[in-house]
Ligand binder design. Structure first.
Ligand SMILES: [Zn+2]
Ligand SMILES: [Zn+2]
Length: 283
């Protein structure tokens, strides 16, 4: 039976385990397809991104693992590329690395109001700092900027996989800062689903949220799932595993969540293309 996760980390960025440990755990858990996608270098966030001086080592190490595992598991050398609004991936020396990769995950973790940089995939304190210093407390403007940046990333990067579409809501789960169903947010959800469809790209059910929040929080949200389903966007599983235990903890729950959201077919990446598989053949 097929089993896949196309978004996973190692200790080259903010994961806990080595590439070898991750792939050994993936093999043991029965994975058939697996992508390494560590965070691309950022000079602003060196604590959780890969050192660009290690790019070649990272690529070579995964190439060796591919050879060692040949036939057992399909492995892809990838990166999670962070998009900086109006700066593409300027900060991350992305262009020198992209030709050496099989796979690119596109993500937005950072907002850049007034050319300052703030992490939005962080703590509530970091969120507040961004809100007050960057947007003068205007949470609607901050949310709008996130979705605009995401749309820019879809068009500008056209990655193989789009990561955690609406991760912006993680610090606004109960709508403290802005209304998660405000008309402008609904409009952005629709626009994003339509853009993903228009470029024939793929997005993921992401394991990061449910891992942290014990199955209560999913990326995408139910409302985003609805739009993705309406637009017939291709979905896959990106566990966003940062440790070996995440490879076993949330895979089945992710499939069940996709089924519950109404998807009948999902997609897996093989030799350069996304292929469909019926969800009920995986569950
Ligand atoms: Zn991410
Ligand atoms: Zn990630």
């Amino acid at each position: 039976m097929l089993k896949f996760s196309f978004h996973n980390h190692t200790y080259y960025s903010d994961g806990e385990n080595s590439p070898e440990e991750m792939i050994a755990a993936a093999g043991k858990a029965g994975y058939t397809h697996y992508a390494f996608t560590d965070h691309i270098y950022s000079e602003v966030f060196e604590d959780w991104t890969m050192d660009y001086r290690k790019y070649d080592e990272y690529v070579q190490r995964i190439e060796k693992i591919k050879k060692d595992c040949e036939g057992a598991i399909k492995i892809y050398t990838g990166i999670e590329a962070d998009w900086y609004k109006n700066h593409a991936t300027h900060f991350s020396r992305f262009e020198q690395l992209r030709p050496k990769l099989d796979f690119v995950v596109g993500a937005v973790h950072v907002l850049m109001p007034c050319n300052d940089i703030y992490l939005i995939d962080g703590s509530a304190a970091e969120y507040e700092l961004c809100l007050h210093n960057g947007y003068a407390g205007d949470a609607d403007a901050m949310a709008a900027d996130y979705y605009e940046t995401y749309l820019q990333m879809i068009e500008g990067l056209k990655p193989d996989l789009l990561a955690h579409v609406d991760i912006m809501r993680k610090n606004n789960l109960d709508g403290v800062y802005y209304d998660n169903n405000a008309p402008f947010i609904r409009q952005y959800r629709k626009q994003i689903a339509e853009a993903i469809k228009a470029y024939d790209l793929v997005t993921e059910i992401n394991g990061g949220g449910n891992y942290r929040y014990k199955n209560d929080v999913w990326y995408p949200s139910d409302a985003m799932f609805e739009e993705l389903l309406k637009c017939e966007v291709k979905m896959t599983v990106g566990l966003d595993a940062h440790s070996v235990d995440m490879l076993t903890s949330y895979y089945d729950a992710s499939l069940l969540k996709l089924a519950k959201a109404g998807f009948k077919v999902i997609y897996y990446y093989e030799d350069g293309e996304w292929l469909p598989i019926k969800l009920n053949e995986l569950i």
